[in-house]
Write a protein that binds this ligand. Structure first.
Ligand SMILES: [Zn+2]
Length: 472
């Protein structure tokens, strides 16, 4: 039936146009869905935390020395929060807050060396339930799986070889350390890259989105930069003081960590995945560097100890080069991801809020939202060159910050725009200005805490620690 065949082979111009349109639409839908799975509804999520990184020592936040050229790039390509806070200057509680959207006080987790075991779902659990392949690569024993944050991760890489890191002492938080305490950023990054390769994310065909958390520990003391970074940051001062030498070494460690971040992003870019990846970079706390008489972290909640970098990069959906001034906190990460990724709503009220409007410009944050801070729990009075007694709480609201340590009998109020170093306590002269902050703090402290105080690590975990060479 030539006429019939001819009809099929040669459709009318109108039918041909319709066929072409249908083919185009179908291709667009298939392509759209494939892209949509990754670039809008379910992008890859890369979370990088750089331990002990105070915001004002990164060139991404205006530091005069070029400590973080790669974070500068991320800020140019994404959104930079100028006023981001860790809830306390202690690694495990701070990371736990980031991973749950709850403050350490709500988690009942106020120090290192105990186990996170709150029933709130972790980000890894939530993303696993939403179809993500999850993996974490951490760089310090402080985040060993025994302390609870491995929950929800299909892969949790916490291998610390002896002498693979820096010169730590023999004990930490009551643990006898005969195994390694940490590892260098390059080792952590290389493990993570191998996981990406093995799972088809670097040039492969993986369809399942990933949630990858990388924790870098290099800026944590002792500061022992490699020669390349040490040479880039000679100590200031002529002759330099011991403190200036230490600060230069700290800056060198920051540059090294920044380089690891850059190398990892380069791998994702080369694989064509970077711009469809939601990248979040933050730190768990800062570092004292003697600004208030204390070199390291833990006991202080002045800005040098708790103000951290916080960058979000996702060119597929978020503007480039946006800067957000309102104060935010690590606990905002979980609700923000629920919102951005259209995940089911959290199963409980969270301390954090979604930053989506601030990220994409569709809404503004409340500039008076209180951001609560507290220092780590010391089980007894300690003398760390200065006496530390009892609890200390803080709240940032708008331009003001109020700090209260009952047993130390100190109440402090700082006007941060005019006194960013927190050196001029104006509490006595501006008590009235402190009132809304004190009220907010009392409201926060009056909230019931559902979490039982976390105990020691479980028996299983203790056995694992012992097998690894850590004995408490
Ligand atoms: Zn830390």
């Amino acid at each position: 039936m030539p006429s019939h065949r001819s009809e099929i082979r040669t459709p009318s111009p109108r039918a041909r146009a319709l066929l072409v349109l249908a083919a185009l639409l179908s291709a667009a839908l298939v392509g759209g869905c494939r892209r949509g799975d990754r670039s809008s509804a379910r992008p890859d999520v890369l979370l990088i935390t750089i331990d002990t990184l105070r915001a004002d020592h990164t060139s991404a936040y205006g530091y005069a020395r070029p400590t973080t050229p790669r974070l500068e790039e991320v800020a140019r390509d994404g959104v930079r929060f100028t006023t981001a806070y860790a809830p306390m200057a202690t690694t495990l509680p701070s990371h736990s807050s980031l991973m749950t959207g709850l403050l350490p006080r709500a988690l009942g987790l106020l120090k290192n060396g105990v186990a996170f075991d709150h029933p709130a779902p972790t980000l890894a659990e939530t993303l696993t339930a939403s179809g993500y392949r999850t993996a974490a690569f951490v760089s310090s024993f402080v985040l060993d799986r025994s302390f609870g944050l491995a929950r929800g991760f299909a892969t949790y890489d916490d291998h610390f070889e002896k002498n693979a890191c820096k010169s730590y002492g023999d004990t930490w938080e009551g643990f006898q350390l005969s195994a390694g305490f940490c590892r260098r950023g390059a080792a952590t990054r290389e493990h993570a890259e191998r996981w990406l390769e093995e799972n088809g994310y670097l040039g492969g065909t993986a369809a399942q989105p990933f949630f990858l958390w990388i924790h870098l520990f290099d800026p944590h003391d002792p500061y022992e930069p490699f020669p390349a970074e040490a040479a880039m940051f000679p100590p200031l001062g002529d002759p330099p003081t011991e403190l200036q030498k230490q600060i230069a070494a700290y800056d060198g460690e920051i540059r090294y960590a920044d380089d690891q971040v850059g190398r990892l992003l380069d791998r994702l870019r080369a694989a064509g995945r970077l711009d469809d990846t939601l990248v979040i970079i933050a730190s768990d706390h800062g570092e004292g560097l003697m600004d208030h008489g204390w070199m390291h972290h833990g006991m202080m909640i002045y800005d040098e100890a708790v103000r951290v970098p916080f960058l979000v990069r996702w060119p597929a959906r978020l503007p480039r080069g946006r800067v957000v001034q309102e104060a935010v906190q690590l606990a905002d990460v979980v609700p923000t991801l629920h919102d951005l990724l259209a995940l089911p709503p959290p199963d409980r009220a969270l301390d954090g809020v979604s930053l989506r409007g601030a990220l994409d410009g569709s809404g503004a944050l409340d500039p008076q939202r209180p951001i609560f801070l507290q220092r780590r729990q010391y089980d007894r009075e300690v003398d760390l060159g200065m006496p530390v007694r009892g609890e200390k709480f803080g709240v940032r609201m708008g331009p003001l910050k109020y700090l209260d340590a009952k047993l130390e009998q100190t109440r402090e109020l700082y006007d941060l725009p005019t006194d960013p170093a927190e050196l001029d306590n104006v509490f006595r002269t501006q008590k009235r200005d402190a009132k809304p902050l004190i009220d907010a703090m009392h409201g926060w402290l009056a909230r019931p805490v559902e979490a039982p105080p976390p105990g020691k690590v479980s028996e299983d975990a203790a056995k694992r620690l012992e097998a690894l060479g850590y004995v408490q």
